[in-house]
Ligand binder design. Structure first.
Ligand code: FAD
Length: 347
């Protein structure tokens, strides 16, 4: 039986608020606490957590715990682990919900070990069936959906982002119970010297974007004039990404070209690959361009709700029930026109 639920969260990169995924995990925790008639605590980790605590002050949580201070501002396995352990022990938590951020995906499996509990990652939903907590996740590259229970407690569940509505109650004045954690020197050894990030222009993977724009190998192939036009392709694609804020995906054939020394799009990496051996992103809409729509690619579109494609070939895979709309057209021409329209002020 689940008596004490703990929602664990860390501050976002700005150091002020909570990451979007934490709001979603809190939404799930609030619902679950009601269904199970269990108590809910929130445990925060970060430098100064007051603003974040205020934003969840009216969530109905009985306790608002925090491990805070400069030692806990930056992600670090050793300090995050000790902070999370102190919060779980204070809350006597038997079920721990947390967002599947990279920070927690690193630290919380270690927490399960310390608490002699169990952890499951990439959870997409949590339900109560006949009084028992059931978690859902995908297996075998999103082909099999598993629903499972565990007897072991504490049970830590890391919720993937985009799977639950975020908590959005009004903020208030939170009374924080600070939990003191003294870090031994070996837990302070790792420090972040700085962050090297790509220019915001080249940051093309945007998980929260409303649209996924996929580029296929056709962008670098010979066009009807007998030549390839990679520079034009690059400027059309980057122009569209800039104007629309879309996230960029690629087909395997396109991302593999960088290893084959062909004319390539400089900003396209294997991290952009969508498909069976690539990623399975979640976006409300998707637009495929110059990509054939073969099954090993389209399987990565499983969570894209509305799909459109532009291809010269009326017999491409998208035409066979894989897209809602297929434009049989030259993507160079279509995207040039779309970019022009995006430049014009919207009436
Ligand atoms: C085990 C396995 C795993 C795989 N995993 C993946 C994966 O994760 N992701 C993935 O993508 N693939 C994967 N593949 C490969 C997949 O089967 C295809 O080979 C690949 O997706 C093809 O990429 P493409 O459609 O970009 O290229 P192509 O098949 O070369 O298609 C290019 C398309 O561009 C169109 N085109 C050209 N010029 C224009 C233009 N001007 N305007 C409009 N259209 C134009 C052409 O008509 C053509 O349809 C996998 C294959 C296997 C066997």
């Amino acid at each position: 039986m689940t008596k004490n639920i703990l929602l664990l969260a860390h501050l976002d990169e700005s150091g002020n608020g909570l990451p979007k995924a934490a709001g979603e995990a809190l939404g799930a925790a609030v619902e679950l606490a009601k269904q199970l008639n269990a108590s809910l605590s929130i445990g925060l980790i970060g430098g100064d957590v007051q603003a974040a605590a205020d934003s969840v002050a009216n969530s109905g949580a009985q306790r608002l715990l925090a491990v805070m201070g400069s030692d806990f501002a930056q992600p670090r396995f050793a300090s995050d682990l000790l902070a999370a352990e102190a919060l779980c022990r204070t809350a006597s938590a038997d079920l721990i919900l947390a967002p599947a951020t990279s920070r927690f995906l690193r630290a919380l499996p270690g927490l399960a070990h310390r608490l002699n509990g169990r952890v499951d990652t990439h959870i997409t939903s949590i339900q109560v069936v006949d009084g028992a907590v059931c978690a859902t996740r995908w297996f075998y590259r999103q082909r099999i959906e598993g629903v499972f229970q565990r007897d072991a407690r504490p049970w830590i569940l890391l919720l993937d982002s985009g799977c639950h509505e975020a908590y959005c109650g009004p903020s208030g004045k939170a009374a924080i119970e600070e939990i003191a954690v003294a870090l031994p020197s070996e837990a302070r050894r790792t420090t972040i010297a700085g962050i090297r990030a790509p220019k915001s222009d080249s940051q093309t993977i945007r998980p929260d974007a409303a649209l996924l724009f996929v580029a296929g190998a056709g962008w670098t192939k010979k066009q009807p004039d007998g030549k390839s036009h990679p520079e034009q392709a690059e400027s059309l694609i980057l122009g569209f990404l800039r104007a629309s804020g879309a996230s960029l995906g690629g087909s395997k054939s396109l991302v593999d070209q960088s290893g084959e020394n062909q004319a390539v799009l400089g900003f396209m990496t294997h991290l952009n690959q969508v498909g069976q051996t690539g990623a399975t992103p979640r976006h409300p809409k998707g637009l495929s361009t110059c990509c054939h729509g073969e099954e090993p690619h389209v399987v990565g579109w499983r969570f894209i709700n509305e799909r459109r494609a532009i291809n010269l070939d009326p017999n491409c895979g998208w035409a066979r029930g894989k897209a809602d709309v297929l434009y049989v057209a030259d993507a160079f021409e279509v995207m040039a026109k779309v970019n022009d329209l995006l430049k014009k002020p919207q009436s």
